[in-house]
Design a protein around this ligand. Structure first.
Ligand code: 5AD
Ligand code: SF4
Length: 457
């Protein structure tokens, strides 16, 4: 088996990308090498997402492509489905479509070598068991496709929130936290290997708890690993955002001033049906508090339009909430009914597709306008940008993000990937800031100068 080459194609959220790195590690341990693409692989894995119907459709299309590839090349490629879709439709995969040889759920990746052997023996192989304990804490992810500057670190798995629209609790199982020590060790190893930014991941990081280490404490420990390493986190549920975390973010210059805090809707009635245990007013109070404790904090959200029974007035409430908060970034989706969820069992998916789409395009165009205005306010501001790569449009330009998660493009001069560069913003679109580079800098230098300027003021 070890002379075989494998290829992983990953769809969906950051957590899935992080999981693919765990699979890389498991495969590397067995001496297996990565192929350049599906075409030259002996084993093709597709790490899947079930969150909306269009995510699943993409995967079906790819599986059909892999089948045609198998026929065309007339070879014995093994095709394995990993991740969220695996759990949900395993029988369909194996029996009806003959598209897939193995199915592996998100908690069963350690079993992949054994499952591959079963497939080699001519059997179809399945393990979709969800676990109460698996956190892959002892597996060091192998980051093969990244930029060498930024990395994801999963700190927990699963979700217990049971939002009525969401399939994740069914596909990824119960919430569990990985040990704080293993997380800190992984961040230390990343720092030792030259990484400059870590994003810690969980479906709701606020509820992280390892033997009484809270998320705020974990973030504090993470910030102490290397003061020149940036720490980000995602995602936070508005129902239990810890106040203490706001203080930690404010006090530690290397914890980024950026919070992804999905509202989902601006209507308290819709939120209730979504089983999101907060009202519009409580959400807005939380935002006020964030802004009071972290001046200049950047905020982003997820929004769903056209949830079951959503009225025009409730849609307007979402529009007004977004206008009120003025997010720097928003991920916006039309509601997509998922089997097994409470909404599927209890409510009718009764908003016509064209109404969902129209509402979606209304919130998107309002949001683009707000982002453009927010970004225009940045003109003349100084930011510290961590260089992540070379601009796709112009090879003489670099791109990277501000502490507040805004993408910035500027001339390369002699800066390298992984450098911190102080820049001055000179232009903008709704998605990107353009800047003039000033000098190579560091977190220590940039923020101490900022403070001394404030002190002189
Ligand atoms: N339909 C549309 N969007 C959904 N999300 C989760 N489930 C659904 C669904 N059934 C969105 C939510 C969540 C984000 C990751 O995906 O906004 O925060
Ligand atoms: Fe889904 Fe809600 Fe859990 Fe997020 S918090 S993964 S939306 S159930």
């Amino acid at each position: 088996m070890s002379d075989k080459k494998y290829y992983i194609e990953t769809y969906g959220c950051q957590m899935n990308f992080s999981d693919s790195e765990i699979v890389n590690s498991i495969m590397a341990e067995r001496g297996m090498r990565q192929a350049q693409g599906a075409e030259d692989a002996d084993i093709i894995f597709i790490n899947t997402c079930s969150i909306r119907d269009n995510a699943e459709r993409k995967v079906w299309d790819r599986l059909k492509y892999f089948r045609s590839l198998r026929r065309k090349q007339n070879n014995e490629k093994i095709v394995g489905v990993l991740g969220c879709m695996a759990e949900r439709i395993r029988e369909k995969f194996l029996d009806e479509h003959k598209l897939v040889d193995m199915v592996v759920g998100p908690d069963a990746y350690r079993d992949i070598p054994k499952l591959l052997e079963e497939v080699e023996d001519g059997r179809k192989a399945v393990n979709v068991l969800l676990s109460l304990e698996e956190t892959y804490a002892d597996i060091s992810p192998v980051r093969m496709t990244g930029n060498g500057v930024t990395a994801f670190v999963s700190i927990m798995r699963g979700c217990d929130n049971m939002c009525s629209f969401c399939v994740v609790p069914f596909t990824r199982g119960r919430e569990r936290s990985r040990s704080a020590d293993s997380i800190i060790e992984e961040i230390q190893a990343l720092s030792d290997n030259g990484y400059k930014e870590v994003t810690v991941l969980g479906q709701n990081v606020n509820s992280y708890n390892d033997n009484c280490t809270s998320f705020a404490e974990l973030m504090y420990r993470a910030s102490q690993v290397n003061p020149e390493m940036r720490i980000r986190f995602s995602t936070s549920h508005p129902k239990d955002f810890p106040n203490e975390l706001l203080h930690v973010i404010n006090e530690q210059p290397n914890i980024c001033n950026y919070i992804h805090i999905p509202a989902q809707s601006g209507s308290s009635e819709v939120l209730k049906k979504m089983r999101r245990p907060y009202t519009r007013e409580q959400y807005l109070e939380l935002i006020d508090n964030m802004r009071a404790l972290i001046p200049g904090v950047s905020l982003s959200t997820d929004i769903i339009t056209g949830f079951c029974g959503e009225t025009e007035k409730q849609h307007e409430e979402t529009m007004s909430l977004m206008k009120f908060v003025r997010y720097d970034l928003a991920y916006m989706f039309a509601y997509s009914e998922r089997e097994r969820t409470l909404a599927h069992r209890k409510y009718e998916d009764d908003i016509p597709e064209e109404v969902k789409k129209r509402r979606l395009s209304e919130i998107i165009s309002q949001q683009m306008h707000i982002q453009e205005e927010n970004n225009a306010l940045e003109l003349g501001n100084r930011h510290l940008v961590l260089v992540e790569g070379t601009s796709k449009r112009n090879e003489h330009q670099l791109n990277g993000r501000t502490d507040t998660n805004k993408m910035v493009v500027f001339d390369q001069v002699d800066f390298q990937h992984g450098d911190y560069v102080e820049v001055e913003i000179t232009g903008n679109t709704s998605a990107t800031l353009l800047a003039k580079p000033i000098r190579k800098s560091s977190i220590g230098e940039f923020y101490s100068t900022e403070t001394s300027v404030l002190a002189v003021d």
